[in-house]
Design a protein around this ligand. Structure first.
Ligand code: TRP
Length: 388
């Protein structure tokens, strides 16, 4: 494990205190977390975050999950497949154990008031602060292009994700800590500037997950776009084929040495994560039987771990209308929460008049049929913007 900065260390210590509080009083917490819908969720998501979300939900914590669709617009490839990807992610969540009766799943695009919170929040951070964010820097470098305004303000959008529902706990990996700092900063500054003794927003805590980040099969960061992670929806045969193609080295005897033998260590880490055993011991057990045997054992462990999830997922994936219904219900709930928060924010900003105009107007000029036609995308044209 690489060295931790003092702030990472502090967050880890805080997380263990929070774990105690979660056990003692789960209903004091509201969790907000999410994913960008760039592709199907993989084993890294499952081990790193999905299993933890389910654990929190089952403890009795309220869990709200955003599918951050407005944050994949920059990725042309991903946005073309959005409807299927989003539905697939809903299936992944449910298969992993998220219970739609207890937890809420929604998308950015269905909750306008959440997105509107970005505007007042933008006024609370400086240009320099936005440019300093190391995660934004790293992601920008990975694209090889200068950051768009959307990319640069992603942490502010994420603050809106967390604060619209007054979440006080955000389970994250270490790379997301800078974003959470921005959320905390915005909550603090908003409260200082606009509220008196009763703050509107909690300053949410990060809950760091115990599992270290799992590398992809090629040893690089596991990501949906690199295709180096084993998807929850992959078949057992596809899983076996992916593991068979993973790089190894020429030494027969299997040992766990992340520095000298990174390719073998990547496979052993995956095996350790899937089986819950120690990688050194797993290496010893395989010993002279070599990389072929190691791959066989990894394949069995991964397929066994994912079997129940995949079984549930197969039952759900075909049921498009059920998956869409889950999302519709989640979206409606998120809209209610966001509308309420935005109304309060409007009041605090001196824009209370905005709240009056959100009441549906009984205007004789509006032909209801016209509204319906526009909704269906059949209308007279200008109300429905064309896709760029
Ligand atoms: N930034 C997260 C990611 O890239 C996804 C995300 C969007 C998120 N909004 C969030 C995570 C709010 C936690 C809280 O994976």
């Amino acid at each position: 494990m690489s060295h931790r900065t003092p702030s990472q260390q502090a967050a880890l210590e805080r997380s263990s205190t929070l774990e105690d509080q979660l056990q003692a009083a789960p209903r004091e917490f509201r969790v907000l977390t999410g994913d960008r819908p760039t592709g199907p969720l993989h084993i890294g998501h499952y081990l790193g975050t999905l299993a933890n979300r389910v654990r929190l939900q089952d403890l009795g914590v309220e869990v709200i999950v955003v599918i951050a669709d407005y944050q994949v617009m920059t990725d042309r490839q991903a946005s073309r497949q959005l409807p299927a990807t989003v539905r697939g992610i809903v299936a992944d969540y449910l298969a992993a154990g998220i219970d739609p009766d207890r937890s809420t799943i929604f998308t950015h695009s269905a909750v306008p008031a959440l997105n509107e919170l970005v505007l007042p929040f933008l006024s609370l951070v400086s240009d320099a602060e936005l440019h300093r964010n190391p995660t934004v820097k790293a992601e920008t470098e990975a694209t090889g292009r200068p950051p768009t305004g959307l990319m640069l303000t992603y942490p502010v959008h994420q603050a809106a994700d967390v604060l619209f529902c007054h979440a006080n706990l955000v389970p994250v990996g270490l790379d997301q800590l800078p974003h959470l700092e921005t959320t905390r900063l915005i909550a603090r500054r908003f409260n200082e500037r606009y509220t008196g003794s009763s703050p509107l927003f909690p300053e949410p805590d990060a809950l760091l997950t115990a599992t270290p980040m799992l590398a992809g099969l090629d040893g690089k960061k596991m990501s949906k776009s690199r295709g180096n992670g084993i998807a929850l929806q992959a078949t057992e045969d596809h899983t076996a084929a992916m593991i068979r193609r993973a790089p190894t080295d020429s030494e027969r005897r299997i040992t766990y040495d992340p520095i000298a033998r990174p390719a073998i260590a990547t496979l052993l880490d995956l095996l350790a994560a899937a089986s819950g055993a120690d990688p050194h011991q797993l290496a010893d057990e395989i010993g002279d039987r070599g990389a072929g045997r190691l791959k066989q054992v990894v394949t069995e462990a991964v397929n066994e771990l994912l079997r129940p999830v995949r079984r549930r997922r197969a039952g759900l994936a075909e049921d498009t209308s059920y998956l869409e219904g889950v999302l519709d219900t989640g979206n409606a709930r998120a809209r209610r929460l966001a509308d309420r928060t935005l109304a309060t924010v409007h009041d605090l900003l001196g824009m209370g008049y905005a709240n009056r105009s959100t009441l549906p107007a009984a205007s004789p000029e509006v032909d209801d049929g016209e509204v319906e036609r526009q909704r269906a995308g059949l209308g007279s044209g200008c109300a429905v913007a064309a896709q760029p």
